[in-house]
Structure formats: C-alpha cells, structure tokens
Ligand binder design. Structure first.
Ligand SMILES: [Zn+2]
Ligand SMILES: [Zn+2]
Length: 128
C-alpha cells in the first residue's frame, strides 16, 4: 500500500505531488521529502549542470588538445571489401556445360555466344 504525498514547493509555492515510488524511495533511505516541485528541481538541476559544464570547459581550456592524439592513427584497416562474403552470396545461373553436357551453374548470365563450361571442365581447360 503506497500513497503519493502532497507538498508545497518552497521555491514557487505551488502544490505538487510526490509520486508514491519516490516517496517510498526517500522514506526507505531516510531522506527528506522534496521541498521543491519537479519543475523547480529540474530548473535548479539544470543550472547546476550549467555550472558543471562551465567547470569542465575551463578544465578543458587549461589542458589544450591533450589526449586527443592517442587514437588518431590506429585501426581503420578492417573494412569489408566488396560484396563477397565467403563466396556464398554470389548470384548463379543454371546452364548446361558445353563440354560434358551436364547441368551446372555459372556466376554470369549465359549468353550463348560462347561456350559455358562446368567448373570441372573449366578448370581442366584452364589447367592445360
Ligand atoms: Zn516550484
Ligand atoms: Zn563439364
């Protein structure tokens, strides 16, 4: 059984609801219920972030361009080259070998203006 709590913002004076989950979270940890509405809390958090950012920027300008050159030239050679992936994805067309007459597939469209050989016959012709 959880109930949400109502509270008055100390910053803008408007009533706001502390969600049950947040109220339980705070009670479990012995924290005070929030004194500001979510909007004001968000605003103060944002301004805190701005302060932090300003701090970081100042720290950055104190050490100019340090730690930037460590990773500049390493890697970058592992790019995949071409569409081939293990030679399996290539489109093949079925045809008949001009030498042995058996059905085979070739990686190009058979046009009929030159003989098409199966792999065995092709390798045999190339080899000799
Ligand atoms: Zn408020
Ligand atoms: Zn053949």
């Amino acid at each position: 059984m959880t109930t949400s709590m109502e509270n008055i913002c100390t910053s803008c004076g408007s009533q706001f609801v502390v969600p049950a989950a947040e109220a339980k979270f705070r009670i479990d940890r012995g924290l005070e219920t929030p004194a500001q509405c979510p909007a004001c809390r968000g605003a103060s958090r944002a301004s805190r972030n701005i302060d932090l950012l300003a701090l970081y920027e100042r720290a950055d300008s104190l050490s100019p361009q340090d730690g930037r050159s460590t990773n500049a030239r390493s890697g970058g050679d592992g790019r995949s080259r071409g569409p081939r992936r293990g030679g399996v994805t290539q489109q093949r067309y079925s045809t008949v070998c001009a030498a042995c007459g058996s059905d085979t597939t070739v990686p190009f469209v058979p046009r009929g203006d030159r003989p098409v050989y199966c792999r065995d016959c092709f390798n045999a012709r190339k080899g000799t």
